[in-house]
Design a binder for this molecule. Structure first.
Ligand code: MG
Length: 315
């Protein structure tokens, strides 16, 4: 049985030994924290991450954990998760929160259903967010990430002011749990995100920068945005995408990291330039084909390890 499993794993991740060597080789040139490369993992079937047990066999040093459903956040679950990551020598960098009844079917539907912007679900989702914060604290973490949704463009509107107040409430609750919040980019432009963070005016509000989302949603050139908001970037997703022909109306197309319009090398170089020290979390969404998702994510760990090794080593 063990032999069969080993064979399956080698077939699934044919470059495992190379990957491990590559990561360790790169590790010699920069500090351990700077070289941390990881993937988004899920403990249950919530979200599009890679199953935790698979992720822990990919040769990565870090994972960002998708928050499981509430019934999978018990003390027993926390212990199981911590035991697994400890045994694998992997650290959890943060928890990624999501909310019930969100839909990513189209950009317009995202606008209506995602995050804390839709008024009809806001109160209920703030309660869900509090639950995720408590879970993150139990795991001994310091960061929760999530999509806020489409921040209103009119900064004088009542909706914008309500969302700023909502974000302040979330920040203050998180601070009480010893947590910071990293907002994931994509559904707003760089300048709009900068304005929003300034308006919220809380010291535990930062950014999880996802360059592919800016392309997918048609919200501007990601590298320029990264330079603009750089001082707030505390975590990143190494994810790639190609622009849609009608930017901002149609979805762009998500592709394996390094194969889209992000410019992977320039992205890593810019992260170094703004002083980012890692970790580098790979995101690949492909729920239709878990095998392809895992293969793409695994290959991205090799690419990111190579790029980080080369770029962070150079003066
Ligand atoms: Mg992302």
């Amino acid at each position: 049985m063990v032999r069969i499993m080993c064979r399956f794993f080698i077939l699934t991740f044919p470059g495992l030994l190379l990957s491990t060597q590559t990561l360790f080789a790169a590790d010699q040139s920069v500090s351990a924290s700077a070289i941390d490369i990881g993937v988004i993992a899920r403990y249950d079937d919530h979200g599009t991450g890679i199953p935790l047990d698979v992720a822990l066999k990919m040769g990565v040093k870090a994972i960002q954990l998708k928050a499981p459903y509430p019934d999978k956040r018990t003390d027993r679950d926390v212990k199981i998760i911590l035991d697994k990551v400890k045994k694998a020598g992997v650290r959890i960098t943060s928890v990624q929160s999501g909310f019930t009844n969100e839909s990513y079917k189209s950009i317009d539907i995202v606008r209506k259903t995602v995050g804390l912007i839709p008024e009809a679900t806001r109160k209920e989702r703030m309660e869900q967010f509090r639950g995720v914060c408590v879970f993150a604290k139990k795991l001994g973490l310091h960061t929760v990430c999530f999509h806020l949704g489409f921040v209103p463009h009119d900064t004088k509107s009542t909706l914008y002011k309500d969302v700023v107040d909502t974000m302040r409430f979330c920040c203050d609750f998180a601070a009480g749990q010893g947590l910071q919040i990293n907002l994931e980019t994509g559904q707003e432009t760089g300048p709009a995100l900068l304005q929003f963070i300034t308006d919220v005016n809380r010291t535990n509000l930062y950014i999880n920068f996802d360059p592919a989302n800016m392309i997918l949603y048609g919200c501007g050139e990601p590298i320029e945005a990264l330079k603009l908001v750089g001082k707030y970037v505390r975590s990143v997703h190494c994810k790639d995408a190609c622009w849609a022909s009608k930017r901002g109306t149609d979805w762009g197309k998500e592709v394996p990291f390094g194969q889209g319009d992000v410019n992977a090398r320039l992205f890593i170089q810019t992260l170094k330039d703004i002083g980012f020290k890692g970790p580098f979390i790979i995101e690949r969404e492909n729920k239709e084909s878990p095998a392809a998702q895992q293969k793409d994510a695994y290959e991205a760990t090799i690419l990111v390890g190579k790029l980080v090794g080369e770029i962070y080593r150079s003066k």
